[in-house]
Design a protein around this ligand. Sequence first.
Ligand code: CTP
Length: 222
Amino acid sequence: LPDSELLAGVRVVVTAGGTREPVDPVRYLGNRSSGKMGTALAHAASGYGAQVTLVTTVEPALEMHLERIVRVDTAAEMHDALRARLSETDLLLMAAAVADWQPAEPSPRKLKKHAGEWLLRLLPTPDILTALREEPARDGVFVVGFAAETEDLIDNARAKLQEKGLDLIVVNDVGRPDIGMGAEDNEVTVIDAGGIVARLERASKRRIAEQLLRIVADRLRR
Ligand code: CTP
C-alpha cells in the first residue's frame, strides 16, 4: 500500500494540547503540554489519507489541510466535542494532556489581589476516556491513549490501558526534559493488553507520529 493510502477512508479524531481550567476571566490552571505530539499525529494521519478532525487547545501553527479543527479550552469542552463526533469516528488518538482538576467555582470577575494566603478549591474533571466507555457509539472505535509518567512507566501505562479500555497506549517519560511534554522530540513505548508492542527510539514528534500510525494502520487492517 502506498503511504498516502495507509489510512484511506479512516475517520480519525486527534486531541492535542493541555486543557485550561478557568480560575477567573484571566487566569487558568494548565500544564506544560504544547500540543506538538497531537498536531504531528493529525498531520501524519492526513498524509496517510485519513479524514482528520483535530480537537485542540492550541492554535495549530502550520497551515494544515484537515477536515476540521475544533478549538476547546477545558476538559468538559473536550469531552463534549468527542462525544458529539463519536458516532463518526473510527480511530481516536487521545494525545491531549487533560487536567485532572478544575476550580470548583470559577469567578465571573477578575479576582483582586489581597494580603495573606488564598485557598483554591478544586474538583475532579471527568476522565474523558473512561466516561466514553459508557457511550454505545464507542463500540468499534479503535482508541489509543497516551500516558505521561515519571516512574514505573510500563506498569502504570498498563493499568491505564485496562481502566480506560484502550486498544493501545503510548507511554513517555515526562520526567526527561529532552523528550515528551513541551519538547520537540519524543521517545515512546507502545503497549497493548499483551504487553510491549514497540519501543520507538528518540526522534522528532513527526517521525514518532508516523511510526505510531503505521502500527495502528496495521492493526486496523487485521
Ligand atoms: N485522560 C482523559 N481524561 C482525563 C485525564 C486523562 O481522557 N481527565 C486521558 C489522556 O488524554 C491520556 C490518558 O487519559 O490519553 C492518560 O492520561 P494521563 O494524564 O497519563 O493519566 P491520568 O488518567 O490523568 O492519571 P494520572 O494523572 O494519575 O497519571
